[in-house]
Design a protein around this ligand. Structure first.
Ligand code: NA7
Length: 528
């Protein structure tokens, strides 16, 4: 018999809930976590200004009604310390740590097709066997180290946003460089600009950022708690795992000019990523997209006083929302401060990092501190980092031209291995916690179904997988997603195949597909 029924890899939002859920169902389950504590993303990413870009009322578990009633989020968008203390609280409340091995990384996984079990080799030298494995490894957990020469030559302090020190970092009076202007860069830049002596931002692609309109939410939350359940139901049926108002957004072509302007103003002023739902077809219709993009460009121009800087900050080369948008609080205004300057690396390429700073476009810029906010090998990176083999094949080889999954949950030829919010599921295009709960519950139900029937193996068939891969690619082709060189398409990692990583069909549709598959006796899966 294997050591455990189920091995879970990771103890972030996904792993913690998966552990709770399976334990409640009476499975013998164990989790391993590379970090020394629970929290995953919210354990590591503790850079200044780190904050979720999804509203806290939705970016939280719904499975524990009492927790939902008792926990009080302070702000519309929770900051990293509050999110981490929430996850700590959940781990305490359900006594989850006793079944987690910390500081333990899974290096390889091998499937034994006769015994129907996986063997995990750990970096501690130990091995664990389990009938099933759930990879709750996170979508943005494998950091991307950019190919910039000389990173190790710098004699000042180098910090990575995803591995920020636990002790406070005093940047007062320091000459600081930030490389990268995705969410992590934007938040860091905004937070540190007031305290540093000088801040130089190295930008490769300007972002479309919309205001967060962050605020304290005590009263809103109290009101929501009178009907939290309904809100959660709506979230699960929504496009993005978070309801953006109570109606379906209008189609662009159904609106006249005044209505279009009104919608964009309303969404922008309301703040947050629901701006993407100003029009139902914002990511499908080039005209709708162009209007929304132009709107954000105009707002950037209104915020930045120096016209040349404003122009550099203005995205023009890709459709809005085809690359992850940012949610900001005073980001653009930072560039009006006299101590902040912006370097466009497409005009002045970074040649190398030197002992004293950064050489770009033939000029040397001296710094005391360099901060790298250069992103992640998204969605497949954490899985590729594990040597996963079954029937003589490696998963990373099977996925060499792009991920191949059935429903974003499993891959043919790799039985009994599930991914939570894996590639080809809505995942990063949605409120992650809604999508995590959807997957954790589906996986748990599937394992219960197998146990009730004395079955020991589940695996998608090739035909079902081929269909799902085609569906995922076709759905993305109907959108503008492929027109941006983004991590959604694997474009930020040199050599990574270009393929749509998330499923763009929406959370509600996806949930219905999963429910349909389960009630049809796991159509497309072979149960043995
Ligand atoms: P992102 O969004 O991938 O941002 C990484 C940034 O780093 C982005 O602006 C990149 O430019 C830039 N980058 C990467 N490599 C380089 C090099 N070599 N030179 C210059 N600039 C570079 O990661 P984040 O951590 O900010 O955010 C990840 C997600 O977390 C976010 O989307 C939210 O979901 C939360 P590029 O745009 O690729 O040209």
């Amino acid at each position: 018999m294997p050591d455990h029924d189920v091995l879970i890899i990771g103890a972030g939002f996904s792993g913690l809930y998966q552990l709770y859920r399976l334990r409640e169902l009476g499975f013998d389950v164990h989790a391993v976590e590379a970090g020394p504590a629970v929290g995953g993303t919210w354990y590591w990413n503790r850079y200044p200004g780190a904050r979720c870009d999804i509203e806290s009322i939705g970016y939280s578990y719904s499975f524990d009604t009492e927790l939902q009633e008792e926990w009080n989020w302070t702000e519309r968008y929770a900051a990293q310390p509050e999110l981490l203390s929430y996850l700590d609280h959940v781990a305490d409340r359900h006594d989850l740590r006793k079944d987690i091995s910390f500081d333990t990384r899974v290096e390889s996984l091998r499937f034994d097709d006769t015994a129907d079990e996986w063997t995990a080799l750990l970096d501690t030298g130990a091995r664990i066997t389990a009938r099933f494995v759930v990879a709750a490894t996170g979508c943005l957990s494998k950091p991307l180290v950019p190919a910039i020469a000389g990173i190790d030559d710098f004699t000042g302090d180098t910090y990575w946003t995803w591995d920020w020190p636990h002790d406070p970092v005093d940047l007062t009076g320091k000459r600081v460089a930030v490389i990268g202007t995705g969410s992590s860069g934007v938040q860091t830049i905004t937070a540190i600009a007031p305290e540093v002596e000088s801040l130089t931002v190295f930008q490769r692609t300007p972002t479309y950022a919309v205001p967060a309109q962050n605020r304290l939410i005590a009263q809103e939350l109290a009101e929501l708690k009178t009907h939290y359940g309904e809100f959660r139901d709506e979230s699960r049926l929504s496009v993005g795992g978070f309801p953006c108002g109570d109606e379906l957004p209008p189609f662009f072509e159904d609106l006249d000019d005044e209505q279009i302007a009104g919608e964009l103003d309303r969404r922008y002023d309301d703040g947050g990523l629901c701006f993407q739902q100003s029009f139902r077809d914002l990511l499908q219709s080039p005209e709708a997209n162009a209007r929304a993009a132009e709107y954000v460009r105009r707002r950037i121009g209104q915020k930045v006083t120096d016209p040349a800087t404003a122009e550099r900050l203005t995205p023009r080369s890709y459709p809005i929302a085809a690359k992850r948008m940012c949610v900001d609080t005073g980001y653009y205004e930072v560039y009006n401060q006299p101590n902040v300057s912006l370097i466009d690396v497409t005009e002045q390429p970074i040649e190398r990092i030197t002992g004293s700073g950064i050489r770009a476009g033939g000029a040397d810029f001296p710094f005391d501190v360099i901060i790298l906010a250069t992103g992640f090998d998204a969605m497949t990176g954490a899985l590729d980092a594990i040597d996963i083999q079954s029937r003589g094949k490696a998963l990373r080889d099977k996925w060499a031209d792009g991920p191949r999954t059935y429903l974003g949950l499993m891959s043919a030829g790799f039985p009994n291995l599930f991914t939570v919010t894996g590639p080809q599921s809505p995942s990063v295009l949605s409120n992650m916690v809604t999508s995590i709960e959807c997957h954790v519950e589906w996986i748990s139900d599937a394992l219960e179904h197998l146990r009730a029937r004395g079955l020991t193996k589940i695996e998608p068939d090739e035909a079902a997988e081929d269909n799902w891969v085609n569906t995922t690619n076709d759905a993305a082709d109907l959108t503008l997603l492929g027109q941006a060189p983004s991590w959604y398409m694997g474009a930020n990692v040199p050599g990574k195949p270009r393929a749509p990583l998330p499923f763009v069909g929406g959370v509600g549709t996806y949930q219905q597909i999963l429910d349909g598959v389960a009630v049809s006796n796991y159509h497309g899966f072979e149960l043995v």
